[in-house]
Design a protein. Structure first.
Length: 250
């Protein structure tokens, strides 16, 4: 199977459209969506509808911003900017799209044998998996060979070798190829980065392609019209910071 893996779209329809355009010629079997469809960006309806209208089968889990926009979580853990954007999003979403966001399932979600997706971590959808120590905790009891997670907006791969330590690879560049060693008992926690609000100082949209037969993961970074996404945020009256950070990739 060849999977398109996307995460953290955050209401940025310009970035999502660029990603979907970029993979239009690819042979893909399914889409894995790691959550946070909305929040921050000014086009939540467009993002929800674009994802709902995909011709490919999709597996999706909800993110923390989806929960707040849908009223499942009160957002008291959010900073003021995030909360303002989540409340704005809740008002903007059509009744149908609000229902779609509310219906997104909680992760982790098993996609296939040995393949799971989640938003934060397999044990807590709101957890920020950032360090080798975090990964070590998870690997100590989580035995799934390949798990994709989002939430941090930073492309990275953690690998656990049997009898060895944990390796982390921060994935940076136009196209980064990872050859997985699942057949040798290595387990992985992999983050595709963010489509709609990258935070690794590279403002380009990030996505991955995972070929489960070849056991190859490709991270790609692509340009999109950042200025248009910024303009929409400003026109919507959302906090200016949300527009500024898109150009900085942070
Ligand atoms: Zn997010």
């Amino acid at each position: 199977m060849r999977y398109l893996i996307i995460s953290d779209m955050h209401g940025n329809s310009d970035a999502l459209a660029a990603v979907l355009d970029h993979v239009a010629g690819e042979e893909l079997d399914a889409v894995l969506n790691l959550g946070d469809l909305v929040g921050y960006g000014a086009s939540p309806n467009e993002v929800v509808e674009a994802l709902d209208g995909l011709a490919l089968p999709s597996h999706t889990v909800r993110g923390n911003h989806d929960k707040v926009a849908a009223g499942i979580d009160d957002g008291m853990g959010f900073n003021p900017t995030a909360l303002t954007a989540a409340r704005w999003t809740a008002e903007q979403l059509t009744a149908e799209n609000l229902e779609r966001v509310r219906a997104l399932p909680q992760g982790p979600k098993q996609v296939d044998e040995g393949l799971v997706i989640c938003h934060g971590s397999p044990f807590d959808e709101d957890y920020y998996l950032l360090s080798v120590f975090d990964a070590e905790d998870i690997f100590s009891t989580w035995k799934t060979p390949v798990t994709f997670f989002g939430h941090t907006h930073v492309p990275a791969a953690f690998a656990s070798r049997e009898g060895g330590g944990i390796e982390i690879e921060v994935l940076y560049g136009d196209e980064v190829k990872l050859e997985l060693e699942v057949d040798y008992g290595v387990r992985y926690l992999i983050n595709p980065g963010s489509v709609g609000q990258p935070r690794d100082r590279d403002p380009r949209a990030a996505y991955m392609i995972y070929d489960s037969e070849e056991q190859v993961v490709l991270l790609r970074r692509i340009e999109y019209p950042v200025g248009e996404a910024q303009e929409r945020i400003i026109e919507a009256g959302l906090p200016r910071l949300l527009a500024d950070r898109l150009a900085l990739g942070y």
